[in-house]
Write a protein that binds this ligand. Structure first.
Ligand SMILES: [Zn+2]
Length: 74
């Protein structure tokens, strides 16, 4: 089973799209609960970490450097 890695500021895709039709959420707060904000309608929801992980489909964009892409030195 894949371990999902996500962090503050990441754009994630959930298994079910938001009712507004957008399926991109930004992680805006991390703690025992995680607050995610819909990129489309800016609506934010607070979900327990376990629930978030079960609903998370994948991380679309990470604020961290892409994995395995470190050949960017000048
Ligand atoms: Zn929305």
């Amino acid at each position: 089973m894949d371990k999902k890695e996500y962090q503050l500021g990441d754009i994630v895709q959930m298994k079910k799209p938001h009712p507004c039709g957008t399926n991109e959420m930004e992680i805006i707060r991390m703690g025992m609960d995680i607050r995610i904000k819909c990129v489309g309608c800016k609506h934010s929801v607070l979900v327990p970490r376990t629930k978030f992980e079960s609903k998370l489909k994948k991380v679309l964009r990470s604020t961290a450097k892409p994995e395995g892409d470190t050949a960017d030195e000048a």
